[in-house]
Design a protein around this ligand. Structure first.
Ligand SMILES: [Zn+2]
Length: 512
């Protein structure tokens, strides 16, 4: 056999692409060339593959070896193609019956001694392999649990090249001895519970409303008041991910993280630092497109603490994903579309010194400084945030009260959120929407009008000098529906409208 091949895959963004590997042996100068837009790491496969094959007990073919990777337009990067290249070379050299590699995707990085090391992105590759009609996937042992999450796919977990050969039925003296150990599947840190946050009843209610209706949330308040504690606990009151979403989230995790994790069923939480670059937050980068934290937050919560301190280009770049649930990373020759459908939580101090709401007037900022500070959060961004509340420093008597009272655990709040979401799912059955936050204002007003007496009172409440914009009114309306859903009412009443107005404009202090 002079020409043989197998299939492998690479991940671009979070999407797997199949790569066909063909090895051709010809007379001529002894050596090996890899063609097909291969980066440095792939080029270096030559040394790893050669050393691994020799260490496994096979002679290195004394021929001119050409390895072709196709499709040619797709840039190939990383070391996950090593094992497939080694098997293709051995098949071309007549050491393996090529039929043994049929309908199999091969993933794994080779060490010089023939051991197979873990690679990133095994879950998206395994999911795609199933869709492409492959029956079997050979993966590094450390990644086996990830690949096994995919139904109807035989997973062969291997510790070394020799082990891989034996698994597919090749007689090989070197077996699994000294193979890479199977790392235990890491579990993620437990999600913190709302019971740990004392007091802050109104801020907790805002969090519950945000969770129930899928609304983006902004928390304004002095440093140390508990904005971060609250934001971190939003995932604990959101519904767990369904199986398909859990696979989607776990696949993203498997691209980002070196540590192999199992199925992630809780909504993820990502909190970039305000000094983080646009590449780290949004994604991108020069060589291979990097996945940003907004994609890590996909189907979960993105928390921006000290939001006005983020670079303007980072805040601006959030607008596209907030609109479409995706972020497009443009390359010279192609565009990578990354998923980024997250619930946004912003936290901000009321002014640069943080004391603007201080009862004792300790703020040292000028009115211009205060205005400029919150003004960094642009109108188009703030416009997408339905819930805007002020988190107050509790008065001493409130603190004493909260210290003695036991706070409600997340599970109790999550149950109310789930019931409210079920009401929305029933109401919006047959529409593209599931949550109040998703329904366009005009549609909400047309198809689910308020009872006439409530509508009249709503109009009366809006009739004031600082009347909110039409969009602001729509957001208030959506919040009123969420309040009604939480209260178990079929439509908002005057109380829900009043609550919605409070949740919407934080007593006008966002404009302070
Ligand atoms: Zn200040």
């Amino acid at each position: 056999m002079r020409l043989a091949g197998t299939s492998t895959a690479i991940v671009v963004g979070v999407e797997a692409h199949v790569v066909e590997v063909e090895a051709h042996l010809a007379d001529g100068l002894v050596g090996m060339a890899i063609t097909g837009l291969a980066d440095t790491a792939v080029q270096e496969a030559r040394d790893r593959v050669r050393s691994a094959i020799v260490c496994t007990g096979f002679p290195w073919p004394q021929r001119r070896i050409t390895v072709g990777l196709s499709p040619a337009w797709l840039p190939k990067f990383g070391s996950g193609l090593d094992l497939a290249i080694a098997l293709a070379v051995l098949a071309a050299d007549g050491r393996i019956d090529p039929a043994l590699l049929a309908r199999t995707v091969v993933i794994g990085e080779l060490r010089l001694d023939g051991r197979v090391g873990p690679v990133r992105g095994v879950l998206p590759i395994a999911r795609a392999a199933g869709r492409w009609g492959y029956r079997r996937i050979i993966v590094p042992r450390a990644n086996a649990a990830q690949a096994a999450l995919v139904d109807d796919l035989d997973v062969i977990a291997v510790g070394s090249l020799g082990h891989a050969l034996r698994c597919i039925g090749v007689d090989c003296e070197v077996g699994d001895e000294g193979g890479m150990p199977c790392a235990p599947t890491d579990s993620l840190a437990p999600v913190p519970d709302l019971a740990e946050v004392r007091g802050q009843a109104s801020a907790k209610f805002a969090l519950e409303v945000a969770a129930a209706g899928g609304h983006h949330l902004a928390l304004l308040g002095p440093p140390g008041v508990g904005k971060t504690l609250l934001a971190e606990r939003l995932p604990s009151i959101l519904p767990p991910l369904d199986r398909e979403t859990a696979l989607e989230v776990s696949a993203i995790r498997s691209v980002i993280d070196d540590r192999p994790v199992g199925l992630i069923t809780e909504p993820p939480f990502a909190a970039p630092h305000h000094g983080a670059s646009a590449t780290a937050v949004i994604g991108g980068g020069r060589a291979r497109p990097r996945v940003g934290l907004i994609t890590a937050a996909h189907r979960g919560v993105l928390f921006l603490d000290e939001a006005p301190e983020f670079a303007a280009n980072v805040l601006d770049a959030l607008r596209q994903p907030l609109e479409s649930g995706t972020v497009a990373i443009a390359r010279a020759d192609f565009t990578v579309l990354l998923p980024a459908r997250f619930q946004l939580v912003l936290a901000a101090n009321p002014c640069p010194c943080g004391q603007a709401f201080d009862r004792h007037g300790r703020c040292t900022c000028t009115p211009t400084q205060r205005r400029r500070y919150l003004g960094r959060l642009s109108g188009p961004l703030m416009d997408r945030i339905d819930v805007r509340v002020v988190v107050e420093t509790p008065a001493p008597h409130e603190m004493a009260l909260a210290a003695n009272a036991s706070a409600e655990p997340s599970a109790a709040v999550a149950a109310r959120v789930a019931t409210a979401r079920a009401r929305q799912a029933r109401r919006y059955a047959g529409t593209p929407w599931r949550l109040n936050a998703e329904v366009p204002g005009p549609v909400l007003r047309r198809d689910w009008p308020l009872p006439s007496d409530v509508s009249r009172r709503f109009d009366a409440m809006l009739d004031r000098p600082e009347r909110p914009s039409a969009r602001g009114v729509d957001r208030m309306l959506r919040l009123a529906w969420t309040c009604a859903d939480l209260a178990g009412r079929d439509a908002p009443d005057a109380q829900d409208i009043a609550l919605a107005m409070r949740l919407r404009d934080a007593g006008g202090r966002w404009a302070a």
